[in-house]
Ligand binder design. Sequence first.
Ligand SMILES: Nc1nc2c(ncn2[C@@H]2O[C@H](COP(=O)(O)OP(=O)(O)OP(=O)(O)O)[C@@H](O)[C@H]2O)c(=O)[nH]1
Ligand SMILES: [Mg+2]
Length: 425
Amino acid sequence: MGEADKIGQRIAECRGKGGKSLNLAGLDLEEIPPAVRNLRQLRNLDLGGNLIEALPAWIGELDSLVELYVIGNPLRTIPDSITRLKRLRSLIVTAGSKVIVPDMGGLTHLRRLALIRVGLPEVPPWIRRLRQLQLLWLDWNPLRNLPEWIGELSQLTTLHVSNARLRSLPIELRGLEKLEDLRLNGNTQLGLPAEILNEEVPQILEYYFRIRDPTARQRLNEFKLVVVGRGSVGKTTLVHRLVMNRFKRFRRTPGIQITKWPIEINGERVHAHIWDFGGQEILHGTHRFFMTERALYLILLSGREGTEDADAEYWLSLVRSFAGDVPVIVLLHKWDDYPFELNRALLVQKYGQIRFLSTDSETNHGIDALRKEISQQAVALPGLKAAWPVAWQRGGRAVAAWWRRRTRRMRQSPSRTRAATLSRW
Ligand SMILES: Nc1nc2c(ncn2[C@@H]2O[C@H](COP(=O)(O)OP(=O)(O)OP(=O)(O)O)[C@@H](O)[C@H]2O)c(=O)[nH]1
Ligand SMILES: [Mg+2]
């Protein structure tokens, strides 16, 4: 019996028995034998190691197929009709050169997809719709990057993109909680040493985002709220009132205190990182180094000492000089202890857009209005829901620690530290 007859017999047998699997691997086939078209019951078809350049359009008629293996063929095109194989869970293709691949985003049952060495210049956008994907192999394609939406494929356990041309990784990879097998070897531009590449997924990503690309950006629902004002004006007490909704007495704040405050804005949970600056005068000079553009500023003033106008000018000019055109809320604070007024029109004329509110942490006066105002202003901040440097949160903690060390030194020897600080900056 010739080779062709043997193949014919195998197909006939499969048909006769209503077989679910057909193995046609390694038979030097140049095309799928036409008789396969009749095997409508087939669930698994293995065409590996043949000489097939094109899958026929009728492949779409084999709509019971669950697994299709086309490994090691000189394939050039995959026909559109493949999108009719709605039950397909595994599609494994490895070729040797460019393959025309149709939009297969409708194959939403796919769990395993391999498109290896098929000349993909980018990750096909339709893969985004394959929400059930667990395994994705894209090795040996000239891919320069991975899309951010890769982070939406939440079922992924395996991602192989070895020997591509990746230049960077998206931070969204860190959101793939089930990912346990990440292969990135052969992408020299990522700068990942061999010993790291063999590590577990969290170690690979930690190394990459900490050492290689600490400026990678992450979408976070958070923003920075900076609270300033002279010593004892009530900053720390206000932060406690905002976050815990209680009035409590505090000692004076020795440096910066950073508090995380979860709030709801437009039905979404957002975290404010509140930077509460110690108001002692000796610390003011360094405030400016922590004033950043992507933040909302609260300036607290009180009236009992009679310095409210000068204080308002002092803090507004500091904020405008070092943080720029940021949103500012000026609080006429400790209101129920001592109500007072400011020349609001003049301040607005000199320092631009400002919101004014009267507040008191002890009596809760104006606190709800303040929360509301903060939410409204935060929505407009460029940082909210937009890109933030990843290192930002860590940065906050490092800054707080550095500040504590510094103020400790400063108390021991104020003048020397100040000189050292100046030369340092
Ligand atoms: N009547 C009244 N007293 C307040 C209010 N907020 C704070 N205080 C009191 O003012 C004093 C200083 O409050 P803090 O919150 O520690 O002031 P601070 O601005 O954080 O001070 P520093 O950390 O030294 O910069 C404390 O005695 C508070 O109890 C308020 O809204 N109304
Ligand atoms: Mg304080």
